[in-house]
Structure formats: structure tokens, C-alpha cells
Write a protein that binds this ligand. Structure first.
Ligand code: MRU
Length: 344
């Protein structure tokens, strides 16, 4: 299965996801400035993958600062951490990784910076490997929900390109397929940046899974015609009450699913939970450049005088979600009560 990023031992290599599916181009990322640029422009994207590359980014940002006092080293660390934290606000995985690195550094303050630097790289590699295993476990936990013949609808890309392993929502689909279930998938194209059409469909057809790309607005008609058995999506941040932030359009899908009595599942690792937030209203929602909505492949498709509203994510309230599939098991509704039991 395709790997979105790899650590060469010297630098980070990442598939430039802006170029897919037309071209498979690898970016060579040698420093934290290049990494942040790749994150902001969505060359590298997807919540768990952002958590992974943030780990390597911390290392790239401090690797030439391995002499001097701990205070100097720590001051450089916080500059790099703030620089990465300011890249994209919604996916909490990035913030969890930086916090994890901060704890690591603080608890090793008696070591020389050269050694702490080595620990940071080891931790980045560990986070990467952990995510790979988590994806497998999410797939195994969720595939039991899928019956032979299911027609599954997904939104955006929550696959191998968004994680260190086989994905989250797509891991569930891959595992069901691996076990011989004859399933098919509808991939919402996912306006405006088309992660569904470009990335999800690319991944699924590469694995030989029957895939149909639909415009986002087709989902309702499809459900009304009894054409969808289940929806599975990923998540960028999940609040303590089970409200889920995910790609813009997810909320509409959840409302449609409720109206048509279709199961609506979210698949996400425990690193996507933010239990410091009591509800989804507290989740910061990224707004992106108006050009992403007003232009298509560079061509203006709306009057330049018109404004575009450019939320990149929305919040799906917990009551619309059938359950959340995690590496620790499936969390059923009521989510607020059950999240602590599964996630801790
Ligand atoms: O803007 P993106 O492409 O980073 O948005 C990604 C999503 O919304 C995914 O569904 C989410 O990060 C889960 S990825 C396993």
C-alpha cells in the first residue's frame, strides 16, 4: 500500500498530494520551513499524517542546535514548536505530537542537547510506527460492521495518504475487502480541493476496490434511492462529548444519513481526541484562501467581486453519529458517556 511519507535517515520524503492522481512526485524536505510550507499548501495533509510529520519537523527544526545550554536549546525548541503550531489549526494530532515532544525534552533537561536531539528523532520515528499499528487496529475493529455487499460512502480522504499506515475510514474498508467481502465505495469528490476524487478514488482503485466518484450533492439522492448502506469518514478533532470536526461537508452527510436511516460512523485514532474541549463549538475551524473556492484549476469560476466562504472543516454533533471506530474498539452512542470508557 502507498506510503505518504518516509524518513530516509537524513530527511523526510513526502508524496506531493497536490499533484495526485496525475503525477506521483516526491518532495524532499530538509528543514522545518519546507515542512510547514508542505503542510500549509496541503502537499502533506490528513490529521494523523500531520501528527507524524510534526514529529519529524521538530527534529528538522532543532537538529543544527545541539550545542550550548539547555535553556538555549529549549528556546529554539519553542520557536520551532510555535512555527509548526501556526500551520493548520484544526487537526489536533499535530498539537499532541508537539506537546509530547515538549514533555520529552523537559523530562530530559539534564542531558546534553546533542542527546536530547537524538531522543526527539527516535520519538518521531516511534510516533510514525505507532500510527501504522493504530491504522491496522482501527481496520480490524471496524470491519466487523461491514456486511458482504455493502455500499459504503466516504468523504474527503482518510486513507493511507492521510496517515502512517492504511488509513482510518479506509482501513475499515481495506480490511473488509481483504476478508473477501464484496463491497463497493462511493467517494464524495469533496469540494473545493477534491481530496475524495483525487486521493480516495486513487487509493481505492489502486487496491482494486470498486469505486464510484460522486459530486458531494449526489449523496442525498443516492440515500433516498436506498443506494448507501453505511457512511464512514475520518476526523480531525473529537471533543469530549463526541462532536467531530472533519472536512467541510461531513455535517451535511450526517444529517442526510439521519434522515435516511443510514449508519454514520467516524473512524479515528485516540490521538484525534481532544478531551480538553467539552464540545465541538470550541474546536478551531480553519478558513482557507478564497481562491480555493473561486478558482478551479487556476481559472476564476466566480465573479472576482464576490466573496467566498472558505471553512475547511465543520462540526458534526455527537447525536448524529452512530459510533466512533478507534484502535481501542468501537465507541457507541451515547458518546459522551462511552468515550472515557474506551479512550480513558
Ligand atoms: O484538509 P485535509 O485534506 O487535511 O482534511 C483531511 C480530512 O478532513 C480527513 O478526513 C481527516 O484529516 C481524517 S484523515 C485520517
Amino acid at each position: 500500500m502507498i506510503k505518504a511519507v518516509e524518513w530516509t535517515g537524513e530527511h523526510l520524503r513526502a508524496i506531493d498530494q497536490r499533484k495526485l492522481p496525475g503525477e506521483l512526485v516526491w518532495l524532499d524536505i530538509y528543514n522545518v520551513i519546507e515542512l510547514r510550507e508542505a503542510i500549509v499548501t496541503l502537499a502533506v495533509r490528513g490529521a494523523p499524517l500531520l501528527g507524524i510529520v510534526a514529529g519529524y519537523g521538530m527534529y528538522l527544526g532543532i537538529r543544527h542546535y545541539d550545542t550550548g545550554t539547555f535553556e538555549d536549546f529549549y528556546s529554539r525548541f519553542t520557536t520551532v514548536a510555535d512555527f509548526l503550531r501556526s500551520s493548520r489549526p484544526t487537526a489536533v494530532n499535530l498539537f499532541h505530537t508537539i506537546d509530547r515532544m515538549e514533555n520529552l525534552i523537559k523530562s530530559n533537561s539534564s542531558l546534553p542537547p546533542r542527546e536530547i536531539k537524538r531522543l526527539v528523532l527516535d520519538e518521531a520515528i516511534k510516533i510514525h510506527r505507532e500510527d501504522e499499528a493504530i491504522c491496522e487496529a482501527i481496520g480490524e475493529a471496524g470491519e466487523v460492521l461491514i456486511k458482504d455487499g455493502f455500499r459504503i460512502l466516504t468523504h474527503c480522504n482518510a486513507g493511507a495518504l492521510a496517515t502512517g499506515g492504511m488509513g482510518t475510514a479506509l482501513a475499515v474498508i481495506y480490511k473488509a475487502w481483504e476478508k473477501g467481502k464484496r463491497i463497493s465505495v462511493y467517494a464524495d469528490e469533496t469540494r473545493p480541493l477534491l481530496q475524495g476524487a483525487r486521493l480516495t478514488a486513487f487509493e481505492l482503485v489502486s487496491e482494486g476496490i470498486p469505486t464510484t466518484v460522486i459530486t458531494d450533492s449526489t449523496a442525498g439522492t443516492l440515500m433516498a434511492r436506498k443506494g448507501v448502506d453505511m457512511v464512514i469518514v475520518g476526523a480531525d478533532r473529537i471533543a469530549a462529548n463526541g462532536d467531530v470536526a472533519n472536512k467541510i461537508g461531513t455535517y451535511s452527510l450526517a444529517v442526510l444519513s439521519k434522515a435516511h436511516n443510514v449508519m454514520f460512523y467516524v473512524a479515528a485514532p485516540s490521538t484525534t481526541f481532544d478531551l480538553t474541549l467539552s464540545t465541538g463549538r470550541q474546536i478551531p475551524i480553519e478558513k482557507r484562501s478564497q481562491d480555493e473556492v473561486k478558482r478551479f484549476c487556476g481559472t476564476l469560476i466566480a465573479p472576482k467581486e464576490a466573496d467566498a466562504l472558505t471553512y475547511a472543516f465543520d462540526i458534526t454533533p455527537a447525536n448524529l453519529i452512530t459510533g466512533i471506530i478507534t484502535e481501542k474498539g468501537i465507541i457507541d452512542n451515547p458518546l459522551k458517556k462511552n468515550i472515557p470508557k474506551v479512550i480513558g
